[in-house]
Design a protein around this ligand. Structure first.
Ligand SMILES: *Cc1c(COP(=O)(O)O)cnc(C)c1O
Length: 358
């Protein structure tokens, strides 16, 4: 079976973990700090704050900006559930705006009509490794005085017009094993704002600004030095991982037939967290079955847009129609593109898709 994801763990990660285990210092300490500094440098920002997951990075980032009850945050419905759930965690309301069907990301042309007096922030998702349209989004944010919290959980090292994602607004990343780099579980917040960075560190550690004095409600969202040791080694390999993903994607796009391959607009650096095609004529579900029977682990990201998830419909009362996101959910299919694929794997993927679509 050619798996949809395959974490690339080498001797470097193993050695780094053993060193931490033998040091006797296991929880958040000097390894976390070193990893944060290196991650900030990769993104071209002043501060990075490590957390226990991408979800807690999002949650912490929203709290660090003071977002909460009564606030509305504009975001995309076509993403992993935790993007919007993080908005619910802080007591704010996700307001969904439809996507650009070519990039799968929030359509900036639809954002302004969704802005109301309670709107405080825009949360673009850089889905599948491709940036949202950041010039347009930053211009709207500036015009309406809105915060920008980027969900870059799928876009480590990706760039928009030469600028790394996570450096436009406050960035959030996931380090889950299927992502472009991993710390097993983990997350990262990136920012150029020293006060936001400070707030995030306090929220991550029980709301504690002075040891054992708690003036606000915080959490235990810390990363451990064991996880940071893995993440730091993975960060060194990220450029290589991303290049391999881009080369694999290039091969697939040059050879697949009968399907719509991913679009990379000029000036965007796509890092292909997923290689997501559209399958025409209602054949998607049959193709997934066929691929799995033929040893290709294809995935559907995502089969249900968030505004159609039953919790959002039955508990929260969402009843919007967002036609482009809904159509994407019916047509998308992600093929393996991870750095562990061999040339033979790529040929098998192409041959299976082309045979079925022919
Ligand atoms: C993975 C992911 C998250 C959540 O990250 P976890 O580390 O799994 O908590 C959030 N948003 C998007 C778009 C993701 O892909």
């Amino acid at each position: 079976m050619i798996h949809i994801a395959s974490p690339q763990i080498g001797e470097e990660e193993k050695k780094a973990v053993i060193e931490v285990l033998e040091s006797g210092m296991l929880a958040q300490g000097s390894r976390v700090k070193a990893f944060e500094d290196a991650f900030a440098e990769m993104c071209g920002v002043e501060h990075a704050i490590a957390t226990s997951s991408g979800t807690t990075a999002l949650h912490t980032a929203l709290l660090a900006h003071g977002l909460g009850e009564g606030d509305e945050i504009i975001t995309s419905p076509f993403t992993f559930i935790s993007s919007a759930n993080s908005i619910l965690f802080v007591g704010a309301k996700p307001v969904f705006v439809d996507i650009d069907p070519l990039t799968f990301n929030i359509d900036p042309k639809l954002i302004e009509e969704a802005i109301r007096p309670k709107t405080k922030a825009i949360m673009p998702i850089h889905l599948f490794g491709l940036s949202a349209d950041m010039d347009a989004i930053m211009a709207i944010a500036e015009k309406h005085d809105l915060l920008v919290i980027e969900d870059a959980c799928q876009s480590h090292g990706a760039a928009y017009k030469g600028k790394k994602l996570g450096s436009f607004g406050t960035g959030t990343f996931s380090l889950y094993p299927t992502k472009n780099m991993t710390s097993a579980e983990g997350g990262m917040i990136t920012t150029n704002d020293a006060e936001i960075a400070k707030n995030a560190r306090v929220i991550r550690q029980h709301g504690m600004r002075r040891r054992y004095y708690h003036d606000e409600l915080g959490f235990n969202f810390r990363m451990t030095d064991v996880h940071a040791a893995i993440g730091h080694e993975q960060l060194k390999k990220l450029p290589h991982f991303n290049r391999k993903r881009q080369m694999n994607a290039k091969y697939l796009s040059e050879n697949l037939k009968g399907v719509l391959t991913p679009v990379v607009p000029d000036g965007y650096e796509h890092v292909f967290h997923q290689y997501t095609i559209r399958v025409p004529d209602g054949k998607r579900d049959e193709l997934v079955e066929y691929l799995r029977e033929n040893g290709v682990g294809a995935g559907i990201y995502y089969p249900v847009p968030i505004h159609k998830q039953s919790y959002y419909v039955t508990e929260l009362g969402y009843d919007q129609i967002l036609a482009k996101a809904e159509r994407a959910a019916e047509e998308v299919l992600s093929l393996p593109v991870h750095p562990g694929l061999s040339q033979k794997d790529l040929e098998s993927i192409v041959s299976a898709v082309n045979t079925f679509m022919n």
